[in-house]
Design a protein around this ligand. Structure first.
Ligand code: ADP
Length: 254
């Protein structure tokens, strides 16, 4: 395996006990240091795929190699190397952010400087705040901070910007860009196509348990045009989101 490949998934299958074939033989590689997006409609099998890679759900069959380690045979070695974003509702609401970071670090058996980590995600001045006191965007930034405590090789983000206002979304895009700049690979899911286009080096599109396309956003668009696609509506040089951000500014509100 080339060392530029950090995650290798081959013929991954998940059939749930109720007979649902959620993942039907999925294969893909993620390169070291890239932002890799998994897109697809609800029910496509994205979460099942991610959670099998993360070791949270048993696989039916297939192979997962992460950072050269067989994830199915060595789930604990994998957990040391990955960061998983939890929903902020699963944090203890009455602990302060610096205490929660210390708790996560203790779980991983590693030492971190909570203030440095909170500073990295723009939350240094909230170190003594509780999760319940944070805005939606701050909660998302905090949950990303918790994925970084063990200095992971790959971070998995499941819909990191869902429900955020445009300013907070753009702010999170910057944060994800910074995580990539420090050499950490990011695998994310999103329902926002502009987000995938702007953030992801490559994208896998899933439908009905299978990958139906995998390439860079630019290549996927070129392939669509080569198939003779013509846009249904007039193409504008700006979007409504551009209007919104022009009128309300890019400054974070939380
Ligand atoms: P996505 O994340 O793309 O929305 P999921 O991986 O959550 O898709 O779900 C894929 C399919 O597997 C869906 O049909 C869903 O209903 C089914 N599914 C998900 N979790 C379970 C489960 N624990 N037991 C049975 N079926 C499940």
């Amino acid at each position: 395996m080339s060392s530029s490949i950090v995650l290798q998934v081959e013929n991954l299958v998940k059939t749930y006990d109720n007979g649902v074939e959620a993942v039907k033989g999925v294969s893909f590689n993620v390169n070291r240091g890239e932002v890799f997006g998994i897109l697809g409609p609800n029910g496509a099998g994205k979460t099942t795929t991610l959670e099998m890679i993360e070791g949270l759900r048993p696989i039916t069959s297939g192979t997962i190699i992460l950072d050269g380690i067989n994830a199915v045979q060595h789930p604990y070695k994998i957990k040391e190397r990955i960061g998983i974003q939890l929903q902020s509702s699963s944090f203890f609401q009455n602990l302060r952010l610096n205490e929660l970071i210390e708790m996560f670090a203790a779980l991983y058996g590693c030492k971190v400087d909570p203030l440095k980590l909170l500073d990295d995600v723009g939350l240094k001045d909230k170190a003594r705040a509780m999760v319940k006191e944070l805005s939606g965007g701050q909660k998302q930034r905090f949950s990303i901070a918790t994925t970084l405590v063990n200095n992971p090789v790959v971070v998995f983000l499941d819909e990191p910007t869902t429900g955020l206002d445009p300013q907070a979304r753009r702010n999170l895009w910057e944060l994800i860009g910074q995580i990539r700049e420090r050499g950490t690979t990011v695998v994310l899911t999103t329902h926002y196509m502009d987000e995938a286009q702007s953030l992801c080096d490559r994208i896998a599109i899933m439908d009905d348990g299978k990958i139906v396309a995998l390439d860079s956003p630019g290549q996927l668009i070129r392939q669509l045009l080569a198939r003779g696609f013509t846009p249904r509506t007039e193409v504008h040089a700006a979007t409504l989101e551009d209007v919104f951000l022009d009128l309300t500014g890019k400054t974070l509100r939380d």
